[in-house]
Design a binder for this molecule. Structure first.
Ligand code: URA
Length: 278
């Protein structure tokens, strides 16, 4: 299957079609305002019943997160001890994350989930934290939300592991007393964020995409109560890098009617990338 047809299949699958074709046969992903894309409501996704519980807000990956969350300003980049993640190279950082015991999440983890993809990627996607599948496999976004994220990447002409990198705000799975997934606490975010900060410094992506509220408020140092809906539609800055906020794929599995908004956000990501001269 050609790349163009494959992209069309993936666009169809996430029901973001129709695909606009240029006369030269390419997909006009960068042409026109996001509003020009005809968004179809979805009934087609195979949804994990766990992910389809009703939710009260648009915040993050996990349905029961009303009491959540998670934000702290990024840790300062000055006064760093020699052993700080902020001074490490990539292999040291991986090793340190794998052995990390900076917060209580280390006690329940099967694996740390460092990230996946091209360490020189131009596109960096950042989620909240590992869930059960990620904890077992040690890779981010491998469950149902991950399938949707992969489809979103395909729709943008990207692929996990090639020109995109996928990471999370925290690298170990947060669970509550009953073993259910929950958003990370502010303390857990603060303990883990230096790893992600260093990953961003080493990758130097052209554009960051914050998937959901936890990623957005943690990276931008915002009030945890800030709704994703307030952050969408404009280009923020993380350090000097452009950052676009969109809904978390897990939220989208529960609220497929918002897929059109996500496609608009991805169009903003692509135009931001194009404007960065890449
Ligand atoms: N949700 C996230 O935010 N990250 C993952 O890796 C998986 C689900």
């Amino acid at each position: 299957m050609s790349d163009v047809n494959r992209r069309r299949v993936f666009l169809d699958e996430i029901v973001l079609g129709p695909v606009w074709l240029r006369r030269d046969g390419g997909i006009a992903l960068f042409d026109g305002a996001p509003e020009a894309v005809d968004i179809m409501p979805s009934q087609a996704l195979a949804i994990d019943p766990e992910m389809s519980r009703p939710i009260a807000n648009d915040s993050s990956a996990w349905p029961d997160n009303d009491n959540a969350v998670a934000t702290l300003s990024p840790a300062p980049h000055i006064g760093i001890a020699a052993t700080s993640p902020l001074s490490m190279d990539w292999p040291q950082l991986q090793q340190a994350a794998a052995n990390c015991s900076a917060c209580g999440l280390c006690h329940g983890r099967k694996n740390t989930v460092f990230g996946v993809g091209d360490s020189k990627a131009k596109w960096l996607f950042i989620g909240e934290g590992p869930g059960p599948n990620e904890d077992v496999q040690g890779e981010p976004f491998v469950g149902p939300a991950g399938k949707l994220l992969d489809n979103m990447l395909w729709a943008m002409g990207l692929r996990r592991g090639e020109n995109a990198y996928i990471a999370n705000i925290v690298k170990c799975r947060p669970t509550d007393g009953s073993g259910r997934d929950r958003p990370p606490s502010p303390e857990e975010v603060a303990a883990c964020l230096p790893y992600l900060q260093r990953q961003i410094e080493l990758i130097r992506p052209s554009v960051l995409v914050a998937l959901g509220k936890t990623a957005a408020v943690s990276l931008l140092g915002l009030d945890p109560a800030t709704p994703v809906s307030n952050l969408r539609g404009s280009v923020h800055l993380y350090s000097d890098l452009p950052l676009v906020v969109t809904y978390h794929p897990a939220y989208l599995l529960r609220q497929p009617a918002d897929k059109g908004k996500v496609w608009a956000d991805l169009c903003l990501v692509m135009s931001t990338y194009a404007q960065a001269g890449e």
